[in-house]
Design a protein around this ligand. Sequence first.
Ligand SMILES: [Fe+2]
Length: 192
Amino acid sequence: MRTEERQKAITETVDRIRDCTRGRTIGPEVLDDIKQQLIRLAGETHLFSIEDFPGPEADAKRRSCLYRLSEDDDHGFALYLNVASGAVTAPPHNHTTWAVIAGIEGQEENRFYKKVPDGVKQTGSQVVEQGTAVALMPDDIHTIHIKEGAPVLNFHMYGRALEQLDKRNFWNDQEEVWKTFPAHTDIREARS
Ligand SMILES: [Fe+2]
């Protein structure tokens, strides 16, 4: 029952998001509308709980994992649930497509940056938690910071599926160079 209710809520949300982008150029206004849709879906906490979306096994190296909730046939409008159990940080990176993150449970700090000749300089930050969301344009740069403690669940939605994004850059602080993330592969299928 809960699976059906969840699938219906996801499908309706993604349909609304697809509709609201039709004929519009992706920019802050459209991303704001997408944020509102994902915040609304994130409010259905009984559908997106740690019981149904467990975090990585205790001995796993990565402390977060991704579940695919929706993806169009052409790999557009990819919606994932990200669950972290333990400390997680991601280096400064872009996405090469638009991205929206909305909080379901726990707190994920997002820090934003601009490029400077010797790397990046922070320009702001926002905590993503229940009732809030952040949006990024394809070239925007952010880092993610999750503290150890309670599990953190949130939605990550991208203009294109992560397996298709093989040109995302990240700043390697030790070597002081921009590098390219390999395309994501370890995504758990959660579509029914
Ligand atoms: Fe990111």
